[in-house]
Design a protein around this ligand. Structure first.
Ligand code: JDQ
Length: 239
């Protein structure tokens, strides 16, 4: 899986891509991330990437030519099909299903806007999908780009151990996670539920399932409609 990120703040991406799962995935050659400065594709001597909006109004708009030239340069250097994503507050809201859909591509180009966003013609000319990461306002598309890289990378075969990817498959059962504990057994009078210390794996499994359903019912009842529950579990919820 190859990601190419187009940004006017390339330094944003140094550290996050070196850590933890992303860093390991890059080391292992399971993913590859190219960071490209949009300024390098500007046409004037000041390398201008933004300008004031036609029709007036506050702020600046990212110019069409540098972005389209950057996309075309990256596309020209890739063999297989490339999907171009623009992160915007107006896009399809990212979820596990969309992440899985994006993970089917072998090349993703992610355009990071700033200021008031990008000239509308960028979307018409090169963008395949606009993606939002949620209903809150960020200053630009760099953090959404990292969110997309993180969520998609976890779905690339070999990135997670087989245990963990099996576990993530169970999130596609559509329930929230059960409570987790580790040592010590008691901290400031708060103790670990006895059942987790019992060594009875069947009972532990049942308890975790119940806790997952309880939490989902309390915090995200909307998820229960799509969750894969047994008839018995569905009855238990109605009470
Ligand atoms: C850009 C902006 C217009 C905020 C400029 C480029 N989920 C999500 N929230 N915010 C964004 C995505 C996002 C993405 C790209 C961006 C915000 N801005 C700032 C521009 C209206 C609001």
């Amino acid at each position: 899986m190859r990601f190419d990120i187009l940004t006017i703040f390339p330094d944003f991406f140094g550290s996050p891509l070196k850590q933890s799962i992303l860093g390991k995935a890059i080391e292992k050659g399971l993913i590859d991330v190219g960071i490209h400065n949009i300024r390098d594709f500007a046409l004037d001597k000041h390398n201008t990437t933004d300008d004031s909006p036609y029709g007036g109004g506050d702020g600046m708009v990212m110019k069409v030519e540098p972005i389209v030239r950057a996309v075309e340069a990256v596309k020209g250097s890739r063999k297989s099909e490339v999907k171009v994503i623009l992160t915007t507050p107006q896009g399809r809201q990212l979820n596990q299903q969309i992440a899985a859909e994006l993970a089917q591509s072998s090349n993703l180009i992610i355009i990071c806007g700033r200021y008031e966003g990008v000239d509308e013609r960028v979307k018409e000319l090169v963008v395949d999908m606009e993606v939002s990461i949620g209903d809150y306002v960020l200053g630009g598309g760099e953090i959404p780009a990292l969110v997309i890289v993180d969520a998609v990378t976890r779905l690339v075969p070999g990135v997670l151990g087989s245990d963990m990817s099996a576990r993530d498959d169970s999130f596609s059962e559509g329930l929230l996670e059960y409570p987790q504990y580790t040592r010590p057994e008691s901290f400031r009078g708060l103790t670990v539920p006895d059942i987790l210390l019992s060594g009875n794996h069947q009972k532990i499994k049942n308890w975790r399932r119940r806790e997952s359903i309880k939490r989902t019912l309390e915090r995200r009842p909307d998820l229960l409609e799509k969750a894969q529950l047994t008839e018995e579990e569905k009855k238990a919820i109605k009470n």
